[in-house]
Write a protein that binds this ligand. Sequence first.
Ligand SMILES: Cc1ncc(COP(=O)(O)O)c(C=O)c1O
Length: 420
Amino acid sequence: MNLSERDKQVVWHPYTQIKGAVDTIPIVRGEAAYLIDEEGNRYLDAISSWWVNTHGHSHPHIAKKVSEQLSTLEHSIFAGFTHPKAVELAERILEKLPNQSRVFFSDNGSTAVEVALKMAFQYWDNKSEKKNKVIVLVGSYHGDTFGSMSVSARGGFNQPFEQFLFDVLPIPFPKKGEENKTISALKETLKADDISSIIVEPLIQGAAGMRMYSPEILEEIFKLCRERKVLIIADEVMTGFGRTGKLFATDYITTKPDMVCMSKGLTGGAMALGLTVATSEIYEAFISDDKLKTFFHGHSFTANAVACSAACASLDLFDEQQTWDNIARIEKRFAEFVAEMKGNSMFSDVRCQGVIVALELKTESESSYFNNKREEIYNHFLSKKIILRPLGNVIYFLPPYCINQDDVERVLLEIKEFCN
Ligand SMILES: Cc1ncc(COP(=O)(O)O)c(C=O)c1O
């Protein structure tokens, strides 16, 4: 039996309907922007493996640091103990987020969000204030655990669990030209006194189809919430680490969040790690003689030393000008491509922000993740050995920053040809 056949006997894959599932592709090696299968076929990873990879696969610097860490300290309990890489990572992240003061570790994007929500609820509880509502933007995606599902769009992904999800206060997505609807809904919502927090994907709603909105509107949302002392949670799980053209999407604005969630690109995509970063005001609300004001949350692999060393190594690469030159190169080309494609009648919208370009195909059915164009688009690009996994009828290109210009051009050309 080959690897795919063995896989079929024992593995349950994520986000995959079992009935009719095609054979999985057995990837045995990663090299820069490529994933390579058992037979030596090279697939261009044009979506950075679910948006995690930043510097390329099997990056030698990250590999070296991870390997050194593995043979020095692989893991240690993190309650009552610490280790050099966790402290170094926290110091370096806080240097980049000057209004923040503490770093809490978890394992992935959903847990980073879960931690932020729990911190927000308990912050008010510790202050004996009854605030238990969360404002969300319509169409959000924040993860697959119960808290993160609660603050995400209701529908296909979480319908069987709906009865278990807590109520939230949705406000309209700030669609271009309709931003005033978002702002007036927010102002109305903020009249209530029981709001704990707002959570947003800053500038780009990823899973909703790479829906983009401006820094100005993000700033206005944050300002209104700050005036009402509603805690602001920026979910930078997808947008963090260069995707928007800056290290964080919130670097585009001056009103800073109270908490930032990060994962995905944090380790360059090499290891599973999540961080929830909080201000001193939040942290201090948990300091008490009353033991029940403790934040009782932690995972077995909290601040895993190998994952922290991968994150530090990835930050080393973000300290290099070459990384930012690559980001600027791709960003510039994507902006040109959007200008080129704007008049194309195949699309209802073409947009880009930083190192993400998205094209929304006009279709007869509703524009959504479940749009039946998805299979056709995915299979077409896979036949060209390009991994472009569309969000329904939205084709997007989100490459590792090390992708060379020829490969950028190749993907853009293939997109153009597909659409002609
Ligand atoms: C904005 C955002 N938040 C949270 C998550 C959940 O992250 P994870 O898949 O690591 O749990 C995702 C995943 O796509 C995301 O895009």
